[in-house]
Design a protein around this ligand. Structure first.
Ligand SMILES: [Zn+2]
Ligand SMILES: [Zn+2]
Length: 120
């Protein structure tokens, strides 16, 4: 059972990484952050924080990753600061200690980071 869960997450992350690497996404993300420079959740609470991540409200899965109405729809996006984004994903995962967000707001394993990316 544990193996099945692990491989599910692995597949999801692989397809998410493929998507977050696309030019279309990088352009949209940039444009979205220019339009929404302030974290939307902090703003709603009256706090001003710089948005660093563009979060998909509906998580990308095998079923929707090819659907631009999910992946590239501004309605499904949320500009978040580092803390709000971390909290959002912490709710989804209790193993957050060995996870982090890269510069694309992508959830990644620290082990993976050591193989190339800079990490925090
Ligand atoms: Zn925030
Ligand atoms: Zn996110």
């Amino acid at each position: 059972m544990q193996f099945l869960i692990m491989s599910f997450y692995k597949d999801n992350r692989a397809l998410q990484k493929r998507f977050y690497d696309t030019k279309k996404w990088k352009q949209l993300r940039k444009a979205y952050l220019i339009e929404h420079p302030i974290c939307e959740r902090c703003e709603a609470a009256g706090i001003v924080s710089v948005a660093e991540h563009v979060h998909h409200k509906i998580e990308l899965t095998e079923e929707n990753v090819n659907n631009p109405l999910i992946t590239l729809n501004p309605e499904n996006l949320e500009a978040l600061c580092f803390d709000c984004h971390r909290k959002e994903h912490h709710n989804l995962s209790e193993v957050a200690d060995d996870l982090f967000f890269d510069e694309n707001g992508n959830l990644r394993k620290k082990v993976e980071a050591n193989q190339g990316a800079i990490g925090f």
